[in-house]
Write a protein of this length. Structure first.
Length: 150
C-alpha cells in the first residue's frame, strides 16, 4: 500500500512539473508571437540597403505623416512623391517585425508606374508605440483610417 502511494505522489509531481513547463513554454511562445521584437527604422533601412537597391529613396521628395486610428493609436508613415507629378497613390504595407522601409522593395515598381507611394509602420512597428500584433483585427481598421485620411 505504501509503494502505491509513493508512485502516485511521484506521478503527481512529474505531471505538475510537465504542466508548469508546458505553460511556461506557451507563455513564452505567445509573447514572441504577439509582442515579438521588431527592427528599428535604422536597422530596417540598413537591411534593405544590404539586400535591395534603395538608391532611389534618397532622391525622392518625402513627406512624413501621422494618422490617429479608431482607438487613438498614432500611426507614422511617409508619402514618397513620384518625380513626375501624379494624382495616383498606392498604400504599401510591410511584413511582420519589419518597418515601413520593408516596403521600399515594392515602392520602386509603383514609382516607375507613375504612383506616389504611401508607406507606413504597422501597429507596434517602426516609429509607432510598442503594442501587440492582432494579425489584422486592429491593423485592418488602421489601414481603413489611412485610406480615409488620404
Amino acid at each position: 500500500m505504501i509503494i502505491k502511494n509513493i508512485n502516485i505522489s511521484i506521478l503527481a509531481v512529474i505531471f505538475i512539473s510537465i504542466l508548469i513547463l508546458f505553460l511556461a513554454f506557451v507563455s513564452m511562445l505567445g509573447k514572441n508571437i504577439f509582442y515579438g521584437e521588431g527592427q528599428s527604422l535604422e536597422e530596417s533601412m540598413e537591411w534593405q540597403r544590404e539586400h535591395y537597391d534603395t538608391s532611389f529613396y534618397n532622391g525622392l521628395q518625402k513627406e512624413e505623416f501621422t494618422v490617429t486610428s479608431y482607438d487613438s493609436y498614432v500611426l507614422h508613415g511617409e508619402i514618397l512623391k513620384n518625380p513626375t507629378p501624379s494624382s495616383k497613390y498606392v498604400i504599401i504595407s510591410h511584413g511582420y517585425k519589419d518597418t515601413r522601409y520593408g516596403s521600399l522593395k515594392y515602392a520602386s515598381i509603383y514609382l516607375s508606374l507613375g504612383y506616389n507611394c504611401i508607406i507606413y509602420d504597422l501597429r507596434g512597428h517602426g516609429a509607432n508605440e510598442s503594442t501587440f500584433c492582432s494579425y489584422s483585427v486592429r491593423e485592418g481598421k488602421d489601414l481603413a483610417e489611412i485610406v480615409h485620411f488620404f
